[in-house]
Design a protein around this ligand. Structure first.
Ligand code: G3H
Ligand code: 13P
Ligand code: ZN
Length: 324
């Protein structure tokens, strides 16, 4: 069942984080639904502009609708990841999306506020909620590359003003993470002091953590042992930091890269071990199984595993209140 993102936030806020997983094809979608059902977790499916171009947005929408039919027990929201103004309006008008992200974080503060406010006004008129970004993460997102020197953490004082002036429903904050496989070298932690300061000042507004993949060393090593050439010193977010961050209001945790590593590992190992194979379905099947396990594991770390029955009850109760 597709539900409003705001409903998921309201119930999870301060207790656990909802995993927001990017999808691009049917194998990822099937693995995602299976993993969330197996771990009894609500979730958010997110589509980037790149994914909507790669697979055609109508194809992805049809895949999601079909998955909703195949897995009727699933509770999830559909979200546009890193939208610009044009793609946000397209998604708002489609009537299919629970929420959109307007990412104008690369613009100066006043321009970011103005763009975000325009999107919030259009979205709220259509019952769609909005995530907006303040501060700049390092790494690669869509067609924008931010080198580490230019990345900057969100300023908590600016965050209050930004949320107040834009009316956004969730704030994507730069709290020490970056996109892609090459986040950190060595041990690096989330900036909990910044998260804490932000949540105190915008209490009740969910914080979104982008760039939350953990880039497991074991995955990188397996990929490289099967012919890959990933930098073995690459590190991501420590998964044991997801839940402490969730308790401080980090309610949506975006994970894409780790899933890509699962895909790469499965396919590299399969064709290394069976060089005469050319049917893509056997590795596709292994990938769906592995992806489901990966998703269930992540939901365990986010604290969303096991929350599906509570979420269902709470959503039903709030629907009954609205109807009464
Ligand atoms: O933050 C970006 C997400 O990982 C989506 O990546 O734009 O390559 O689909 P993509
Ligand atoms: P990762 O690259 O760490 O998976 O981050 C994904 C993301 O933030 C999508 O918006
Ligand atoms: Zn992101």
């Amino acid at each position: 069942m597709i539900v409003p993102t705001a409903g998921l936030y309201k119930i999870a806020y301060g207790k656990y984080a909802i995993g927001a997983y990017n999808i691009n094809n049917l194998e990822q979608t099937t693995g995602l639904f299976r993993g969330c059902i197996d771990s009894k977790a609500p979730f958010i499916i997110q589509l980037s502009r790149g994914a909507r171009k790669y697979a055609d947005k109508r194809m992805l929408e049809a895949i999601i609708r079909t998955a909703e039919e195949i897995f009727p027990e699933a509770i999830f929201a559909v979200h546009l990841d890193h939208g610009d103004e044009e793609s946000c309006y397209d998604c708002i008008e489609s009537g299919f999306y629970s929420s959109v992200m307007i990412d104008a974080s690369h613009e100066p503060f006043e321009e970011n506020v103005a763009i975000t406010k325009r999107v919030v006004d259009r979205a709220h008129a259509a019952g769609v909620s909005v995530e907006a970004e303040l501060g700049m993460l390092g790494g690669v997102e869509e067609d924008i590359k931010v080198d580490e020197g230019n990345a900057c953490l969100t300023n908590p004082a600016e965050a209050v003003e930004f949320v107040r002036r834009t009316g956004c429903d969730a704030l994507a904050a730069a709290i020490g993470t970056s996109h892609g496989a090459y986040k950190f070298k060595g041990q690096q932690s989330l900036h909990f002091e910044v998260i804490d300061e932000i949540q105190k000042r915008i209490h009740g507004t969910p914080i979104v953590m982008h760039g939350s993949s953990s880039v497991p060393i074991s995955e990188v090593e397996r990929i490289n042992a099967a012919g890959g050439k990933l930098d073995p010193s690459a590190r991501g977010v420590n998964e044991n930091e997801y839940l402490p961050a969730a308790k401080l209001g980090v309610t949506k945790v975006n994970i894409d890269t780790d899933g890509r590593l699962v895909w790469t590992r499965v396919h590299r190992e399969f064709f290394r071990d069976k060089p005469s194979e050319f049917d893509f379905r056997p590795p596709g099947k292994i990938f769906m199984d592995e992806y489901a396990k990966f998703i269930a594991h992540k939901n365990g770390k986010l604290g969303s595993a096991g929350e599906l029955p509570n979420m269902r009850k709470a959503l039903e109760k709030s629907a009954a209140v609205v109807a009464a």
